[in-house]
Design a protein around this ligand. Structure first.
Ligand code: HEC
Length: 92
C-alpha cells in the first residue's frame, strides 16, 4: 500500500481481479504497453498524464521486472543429453 496504490486499485480492479495485475511483472514500458493494449482493445478508459504517471510509477516500482526469477529454459539444442540416455550425475 505505497503511494499510488489507491489509484491503481481504483482503476485496475474494475474489470479483472487485482491478482491479474500483481502476478505480472515488468518494466515501465511493459506496463505502458499493457495499458495501451487494454485501452485499444479491452475498453479501458484513458488516463490523464498525471494519473497514468502515478499508475506507471507504482507498477514499475512495486511490480517491476523480476531479477530473482529463474532464467528461461535452455533451448533444446543446448540441453545435455536426456538422463536415461547416459549415466545420471547427482549434480544434474
Ligand atoms: C475496462 C476493463 C479493464 C480495466 C479497467 C483494466 N483492465 Fe487489465 N485487462 C482487461 C481485459 C479484458 C484483460 C484480458 C483478460 C483475460 O485475458 O482474461 C486484461 C488483462 C490484464 C493483464 C494481463 C495481461 C496479460 O498479458 O495476460 C494485466 C497485467 C492487466 N490487465 C493490468 C491492468 C492494469 C494495470 C489496469 C489499470 C491501469 C487494468 N488492467 C485495468 C480489461 C481491463
Amino acid at each position: 500500500m505505497a503511494e499510488g496504490w489507491q489509484t491503481v486499485k481504483g482503476n485496475c480492479t474494475v474489470c479483472h481481479s487485482a491478482a491479474l495485475v500483481t502476478q505480472n511483472r515488468g518494466s515501465r514500458e511493459h506496463w505502458a504497453y499493457l495499458i495501451d493494449w487494454m485501452q485499444e482493445t479491452q475498453g479501458l478508459w484513458q488516463f490523464n498524464p498525471e494519473m497514468e504517471a502515478t499508475i506507471l510509477d507504482y507498477l514499475s516500482t512495486h511490480y517491476g521486472p523480476r531479477t530473482d526469477a529463474r532464467r528461461q529454459n535452455l533451448p533444446k539444442h543446448l540441453m545435455p543429453p536426456a538422463p536415461q540416455a547416459s549415466e545420471t550425475s547427482a549434480e544434474g
